[in-house]
Design a binder for this molecule. Structure first.
Ligand SMILES: Cc1cc2nc3c(=O)[nH]c(=O)nc-3n(C[C@H](O)[C@H](O)[C@H](O)COP(=O)(O)OP(=O)(O)OC[C@H]3O[C@@H](n4cnc5c(N)ncnc54)[C@H](O)[C@@H]3O)c2cc1C
Length: 462
């Protein structure tokens, strides 16, 4: 089905994020499903999980009929709004995977994630998806004594697992500051296993690629329920041998799945393009993604056009797992992010913040991302990536392609395959518990920050 390129239908999506705003050309909206149909595989959700799955399914078997059903437009969800870290991070630590799934599980998952960063780079080059993919690695700074202690623990743990300097290096204060010229730097770590990307150009480009391969993408098509062999939408019924759930933070909108994966918001801001003088003084020459070791996650990247895109958690969880467009913007959280960015880089105190946005990511009750398929019902799923889904969706897509085809592979033996997370508690327990956890993380960071300032007067005025 051809895209309807008439503005302003697609243009309204530009407000979703900096990345959407920068998409070249008019934004097309694809036609919805037009009545009942039948396919081999029906994929619910047109984010990176759904599209990578369609990509690898059709790569292995070009004759397979695949339909992607998307309520809004491809890339509408977290996939088109995130921080653009295509990293090897996984929601469960290596040692915890070993404990829960057997010795060697953590290492296998880590190596698969590292290979996934390279695989995303390979595909975007092969398919000509211009998303600014650049593998400059990640620097995580230590900016308080408590953060420095966690950095040393991380390095010690890595070395005890045989992870060497090449994969995770300790940075002295001078080395860390040279890479990321922030204030109060006491040290840090560097891993090469991360690329910075423009996520909207990645997900929209991938949608075009799979469509050219014959995958039907039906946008403006809301799925109301899924069951073995049948997907019910507001535009007709889709019968399919295999049904894939790829709805992540929005999973609760499907009947009966209200407590599987919950939406938690992450919010972001972006500066105006910064001049050469700023970059000469503040590093990030290789477009390394950056963060620090605080509890309430922050993340940043130098964009291809020389801005800083910067985000963090801290937005409250909304009662009943509700998702609303106005939750994407929160003045208090956006202002706190701006203040944190200026604390890191005081030279940005007068820089204009041109974009403020956010979106829901998905969290399973045990924070354990998973991918799988029930062989009996042929109902498949992937998600619960927390904030590390950009690359993990690619691993999920390749794994689902193997599971759906019935191929036993190294991928289908990874520890996250067919993991079943418990369901979340009913409300109001969920609301009280999650928001208490968020508040605790925030106050622990503030206490560590205060203690750090007392130890090193003036250290934050670099
Ligand atoms: C602000 C922010 C920053 C982030 N930063 C990073 C980062 O830097 N690195 C990283 O690795 N991860 C990051 N993440 C997480 C990452 O973006 C996600 O894990 C990943 O994009 C999930 O992809 P997905 O396809 O599974 O879900 P989504 O991209 O959310 O896609 C789900 C799709 O399903 C559609 N849908 C939902 N319900 C229905 C329905 N009933 N019918 C039809 N369609 C439906 C939605 O419209 C949506 O398009 C971030 C997330 C956010 C919100």
């Amino acid at each position: 089905m051809e895209a309807d390129l008439t503005p302003p239908r697609g243009e309204r999506y530009r407000r979703l994020s900096l990345w959407w705003d920068g998409l070249p050309g008019p934004i097309g909206v694809r036609a919805p499903l037009d009545g009942d149909t039948e396919v081999d595989v029906a994929v619910v959700g047109g984010g990176l999980t759904g599209l990578w799955t369609a990509y690898y399914l059709t790569e292995a078997d070009p004759g397979l009929s695949v339909a992607v059903l998307e309520r809004d437009v491809a890339g509408f969800g977290a996939s088109g709004r995130n921080g653009g870290w295509c990293s090897a991070l996984f929601s469960v630590s290596e040692s915890s995977l070993d404990k829960r799934c057997g010795p060697g599980s953590g290492r296998a998952q880590r190596l698969a994630m590292e290979a996934t960063v390279r695989e995303v780079g390979r595909v975007v080059a092969a398919e000509g998806i211009e998303c600014g993919f650049h593998q400059g690695g990640t620097v995580v700074l230590a900016r308080t004594p408590a953060q420095l202690a966690r950095t040393h623990e991380e390095i010690a743990e890595a070395r005890s697992r045989g992870i060497g300097e090449d994969d995770l290096a300790f940075l002295s204060p001078a080395e860390a500051t040279e890479r990321v010229g922030a204030t109060a730097v006491l040290g840090g770590t560097f891993t090469p296993h991360c690329a910075a990307v423009d996520p909207a150009r990645l997900v929209r480009g991938l949608a075009d690629v799979v469509e050219r391969r014959g995958v039907r993408i039906h946008e403006q098509t809301e799925v109301t329920s899924i069951a073995p062999g049948v997907v019910t939408t507001t535009r007709g019924t889709v019968r399919a041998r295999t049904v894939v759930r790829a709805t992540e933070g929005y999973t609760r909108t499907l009947a009966g799945l209200e407590r599987e994966v919950i939406p938690v918001y992450s919010l972001m801001i972006a500066t105006e393009p910064l001049g050469d003088a700023f970059w000469a003084e503040h590093g990030l020459a290789d477009r390394q993604t950056f963060a620090d070791h605080r509890h309430l996650v922050i993340y940043g990247q130098r964009t291809e056009d020389g801005r800083i895109a910067f985000g963090g958690r801290g937005a409250p969880y909304h009662f009943g797992s509700t998702i609303r467009p106005d939750y994407d913007r929160d003045d208090t959280v956006h202002e706190a992010l701006r203040r944190t960015l200026v604390e890191l880089f005081p030279a940005l105190s007068d820089a204009a913040i041109t974009h403020r946005w956010g979106g829901p990511l998905g969290i399973a009750r045990d924070w354990f991302s998973s991918v799988g398929m029930d062989r009996g019902t042929r109902m498949a799923w992937a998600g619960g990536y927390v904030g590390d889904g950009l690359s993990t969706t690619n691993l999920a897509g390749r794994t689902l392609a193997d599971l759906i085809a019935g191929r036993d592979s190294d991928l289908t033996r990874l520890p996250w395959v067919n993991h079943r997370s418990p369901r979340w508690e009913p409300e109001p327990l969920r609301y009280v518990g999650i928001n208490a956890g968020l508040r605790l993380a925030g106050s622990a960071d503030r206490a560590e920050d205060r203690a750090g300032r007392r130890c090193r007067p003036g250290a934050d005025r670099r």
